[in-house]
Design a protein around this ligand. Structure first.
Ligand code: B4P
Length: 202
């Protein structure tokens, strides 16, 4: 069931957190409950690489190194995606924004449409656990050296977004160092939804 769709309300949510925190794992479940699409910039970029498109050729080596794709290029990707018809009731952004300029781009997109974010969910997990999970996942960019670089980039470029969204009263912190279903329950609780197992979440 989709809460936003059911109630006729919209939901615009950002999932924030270090690489491997479980944003992608939670995004689909939460988006389905809210009745909005989960938009993962990481998945979109990986699909472009797999398809060998112009975008894919431009981002392939950047992603493989653990660096972030250029803000201007990401702005084009996201601007086009959130203009698609399936976003009428909102969307859940997984992995965007990742820098302060990206947060400003998103603010501009929202303001231009007369919209606002409802919440930013920060999923946090200690660094050793992040490395352990990524090594288990074994994606192409999940080599220890690349993971450490992604974590360094996260601290430098993405962590400042925590203060940015806290100042705006949007930040909700979720302990991501729990089993997957517990993390899901805690996220549902932020929106006053039960955990789908007959009990109240949280
Ligand atoms: P992403 O695809 O966003 O990947 P991620 O941050 O590494 O993973 P996520 O947090 O979603 O973790 P997951 O659920 O998979 O980014 C990849 C790259 O794309 C970036 O490095 C960058 O180059 C580029 N990119 C993307 N967006 C960009 C942007 N906006 N700007 C610039 N560049 C951008 O979980 C990880 C593992 O943990 C899984 O194996 C999962 O099964 C496991 N797991 C999840 N939850 C768990 C739990 N509770 N307990 C135990 N294990 C768990």
């Amino acid at each position: 069931m989709g809460a936003a769709a059911e109630s006729g309300q919209s939901a615009r949510i950002v999932l924030l957190g270090p690489p491997g925190a479980g944003k992608g794992t939670q995004a689909q479940l939460l988006a389905a409950r809210l009745g909005v699409p989960a938009i993962s910039t990481g998945d979109m970029l990986r699909a472009a690489v797999a398809a060998g498109s112009e975008l894919g050729r431009r981002v392939d080596s950047v992603m493989a190194s653990g660096a972030l794709v250029d803000d201007a290029l990401m702005a084009e990707v996201v601007r086009e995606r959130v203009a698609q018809p399936d976003t009428g009731k909102g969307y859940l952004l997984d992995g965007y924004p990742r820098t302060l300029p990206q947060a400003e781009t998103l603010a501009g997109i929202l303001a231009g449409a007369g919209q606002a974010l409802d919440a930013v969910l920060l999923v946090d997990v200690p660094e050793d656990e992040l490395v352990r999970r990524a090594l288990l996942r074994g994606r192409g960019d999940d080599k220890e050296e690349v993971i450490r670089e992604r974590l360094r980039v996260y601290r430098e470029k993405t962590e400042p977004l925590i203060g940015y969204y806290r100042e705006r009263g949007l930040l909700r912190e979720i302990d991501g160092n729990r089993p997957v279903d517990e993390v899901t329950s805690r996220m549902f609780a932020v929106f006053g939804m039960d955990d789908g197992n007959g009990g109240a979440a949280g």
